[in-house]
Design a protein around this ligand. Structure first.
Ligand SMILES: *[C@@H]1O[C@H](CO)[C@@H](O)[C@H](O)[C@H]1NC(C)=O
Ligand SMILES: *[C@@H]1O[C@H](CO)[C@@H](O)[C@H](O)[C@H]1NC(C)=O
Ligand SMILES: *[C@@H]1O[C@H](CO)[C@@H](O)[C@H](O)[C@H]1NC(C)=O
Ligand SMILES: *[C@@H]1O[C@H](CO)[C@@H](O)[C@H](O)[C@H]1NC(C)=O
Length: 679
């Protein structure tokens, strides 16, 4: 799914994508949303009364002499999904959507969130909170300038803002006479205090060798080599992203939803490794793995999670240079490092190394996708049988596909909340059904399902759109053009080191040609049993260049407001390819699609496809048969096997040949007829 693009860590750059697609949504407001213009205000039972919380927060604000306080939706690691203990914005506002920013002044409180959450916010917030539907940081900056007089201060918790985010805010307030003040104590926590959920306690475990691409010791050595080779001579790397520590040490946990990671930081020097984590949560095995090399340069010293700042403060006293990634490191930790001792890059070397999967990791991810394809094929067949009976709704469908995955080997959970959207709901690109609002699936509507699994060997993410009845010609055309975009990008050949941004338009070309488009990104990286949205691979301007071994999703779509939505998403591996000619000594690249589920034939208008696109599609279908066929048979899923076979029948290029032969015949006849006339 593409929706990482709207989450906290990249939203600044990509807000356009998040608003474009949905800004025109209109949904009639029913009585399930608040109405703050009536007297007294109308509040549905789903809102939270925030009066007391706000009053308590304002008292703290006065104590710290600030006129406004900014409350973000993320945690100290810029995680896309957060644990309950970090749901400060939700507790303050009542609004539980995954993205948003709140600003509280002494007399006002305002929430900014993107369009997918506007209705939800009106259902959950009381009238103490205003909802702003504008683009975040610029609008937040303007709002603050309006509400906070010059000479006054605005506070925030520097451990909840990345360096990049901090910079954006200070930019917005620069030269305005207002001060942005970091306050190390979180003011919401002071108020939340007694009711705040406890930190997670699940155990942190070592991933067994069969599921890792390398030992953690080798990974550490590789990062150390990169430190040595770096012209700026860093003496240490600071890791703040949770998937960085999980990947580096081959450990996994269950601290936040959907991503198998655990609260931690790491400081890696040439001679020492410090892992900041609650040590009592490590399994015996994990502990042994980390400390087997003690003492020595491959000995992990375990320190309290809360000690990272103090440790860093101490470390920076020496003659050192700390390498950090500005996307994931918080301003709170950054502040501790003197400027001349800090090497800032967008990403840490762990982030960029993790993005390139080695042969073993590639094999693991491929294997996970074969099992995942079995589950999705089972689901599509089940839908085909059950939707006509009228017995499936969006929510029960979502639950069922999750259950099918659950039966697969190595399954550990969904990789994000399943999107299951019928008819007009699919036009809301991020829609997920709930047990209280769920549309019935029907043969008269298009249905979009975007889901994925976490398996010990890999993380998956796939979207298919289907129609079981008679799609309109426009629906067919739109679907086919989305598919053409998916095909054109998937089969593209490009030089090594090309940035995703440069080739992204291939996924849009067929839509653009007829004046259609989609308002979200075209893809994102994905992990080996890690994040479903793995930074920094993808097709945005701030993604890294594509190289062999990277995995990315490819997911064009089309959304017709109030009617239907289409998205076709596959995960693909960047591979070398043979070209007839070659400039330079680096190989040319292309994609190998590893998601192996047929597209909906009922929605494909073959006449729109070029001969090369048909050829590509046929060879993809051959791959599906080769890899998923034996797996379906092994599981004795005979009906699924037959469904897969009939849905991967090669498309005949003969259609085109026959058509042109026909034309030729007609031409000959006509010309004969004409010459006969003349004769
Ligand atoms: C709120 O109530 C006012 C007054 O009854 C009404 O005019 C308005 O349409 C309502 N707004 C919403 C969003 O229901
Ligand atoms: C560390 O984990 C243990 C076991 O789950 C828990 O009892 C303890 O409170 C945790 N310590 C901290 C500081 O969170
Ligand atoms: C490495 O750890 C040892 C043992 O705790 C400590 O004495 C030493 O100062 C550390 N070295 C560095 C470079 O941090
Ligand atoms: C709906 O889901 C919520 C949250 O999971 C749960 O608390 C509630 O009981 C469910 N309601 C129904 C009608 O199943």
């Amino acid at each position: 799914m593409s929706f990482s693009l709207c989450t906290s860590w990249v939203w600044m750059l990509l807000f356009l994508g998040c608003t474009l697609g949905q800004s025109k949504q209109t949904r009639s407001a029913g009585s399930d949303v608040r109405n703050c213009t009536t007297v007294p205000p109308y509040l549905p039972s789903t809102v939270t009364n925030t009066a007391e919380r706000l009053q308590a927060l304002r008292q703290r604000m006065q104590f710290y002499k600030i006129r406004a306080y900014i409350v973000p939706a993320t945690d100290a690691h810029m995680s896309e999904y957060i644990a309950e203990q970090d749901a400060r914005l939700a507790w303050m506002t009542g609004f539980t959507g995954s993205a948003g920013t709140g600003v509280v002044t002494l007399d006002k409180a305002t929430l900014w969130t993107d369009s997918r959450y506007w209705i939800q916010a009106e259902r959950q917030m009381d009238c103490n909170w205003e909802l702003q539907k504008a683009v975040w940081i610029p609008s937040i900056g303007e709002w603050i300038l309006q509400e906070v007089p010059a000479g006054e201060s605005i506070g925030l918790d520097p451990f909840l803002f990345s360096i990049d985010n901090w910079k954006s805010y200070s930019q917005a307030l620069r030269n305005s006479g207002r001060n942005l003040i970091p306050i190390d104590i979180n003011l919401v926590d002071l108020v939340w205090d007694a009711q705040k959920p406890p930190p997670p306690t699940h155990s942190i475990y070592a991933l067994s060798d069969e599921f890792t691409g390398n030992t953690w010791q080798n990974k550490v050595s590789e990062i150390r080599t990169q430190m040595e080779k770096h012209p700026k001579r860093p003496t240490a790397v600071l890791l703040s992203g949770l998937e960085e520590t999980a990947w580096l040490f081959n450990l996994r946990g269950d601290d936040i939803p959907y991503n198998p990671v655990f609260y931690s930081y790491a400081l890696l020097t040439k001679s020492n490794i410090s892992l900041f984590v609650n040590q009592s949560r490590l399994t015996q095995e994990a502990l042994q793995s980390l400390t087997a090399g003690c003492p020595g340069p491959l000995c992990v010293r375990l320190e309290d999670y809360n000690k990272v700042k103090a440790h860093l403060q101490n470390y920076v006293q020496g003659d050192i240079r700390v390498w950090i990634g500005t996307e994931y490191t918080t301003y709170g930790l950054f502040r501790v490092i003197p400027e001349e001792k800090c090497l800032q890059e967008s990403y840490s070397p762990v982030m960029t190394t993790k993005a390139v999967k080695n042969t073993k990791e590639q094999e693991l991810l491929r294997a996970a996708h074969v099992r995942d394809a079995v589950a999705v094929i089972q689901y599509l067949l089940w839908l085909k049988k059950n939707v006509p009976l009228g017995s499936v709704n969006e929510f029960s469908g979502a639950r069922y596909v999750d259950q099918l995955r659950q039966k697969m080997e190595h399954w550990r959970g969904p990789s994000f909340e399943t999107i299951s959207a019928s008819g007009l709901n699919a036009a809301l690109a991020h829609y997920s059904p709930s047990n209280v609002s769920s549309r019935k699936l029907s043969v008269d509507e298009m249905y979009l399902t975007d889901s994925g699994g976490q398996y010990l060997d890999g993380t998956t993410d796939i979207t298919r759109t289907v129609h079981w009845g008679a799609p309109t010609p426009f629906q067919k055309e739109a679907y086919t053009r989305v598919l053409m975009g998916n095909i054109e990008l998937s089969r593209l050949v490009f030089p090594s080191g090309t940035s995703g941004r440069m080739i992204e338009a291939f996924a849009r070309q067929a839509l653009w040609k007829v004046g259609l488009n989609y308002g979200h990104g075209t893809g994102h990286g994905i992990g080996n049993f890690l994040s479903v949205h793995e930074w920094p691979v993808g097709f945005q301007s701030n993604n890294v260049p594509l190289t062999t071994g990277m995995f990315t999703s490819i997911e064009p779509g089309y959304y017709q407001n109030g009617e239907f939505g289409i998205r076709i998403e596959d995960v693909a591996l960047v591979v070398e390819t043979q070209t007839e000619h070659k400039v330079g000594d680096k190989p040319f690249l292309t994609f190998e699609v590893v998601s192996l589920v047929p597209y909906d034939r009922n929605l494909i208008d073959v006449r729109l496809l070029s001969a090369e696109q048909i050829q590509y599609l046929n060879s993809y279908y051959k791959t599906v048969r080769q890899h998923v066929g034996p797996e379906l048979q092994r599981r004795q899923l005979q009906e699924e096997y037959e469904w897969m076979r009939s849905n991967t029948e090669p498309f005949s290029q003969g259609v085109l040949v026959a058509a042109s032969l026909g034309l030729l015949a007609v031409t000959i006849l006509i010309s004969e007829f004409l010459s006969n006339l003349q004769a």
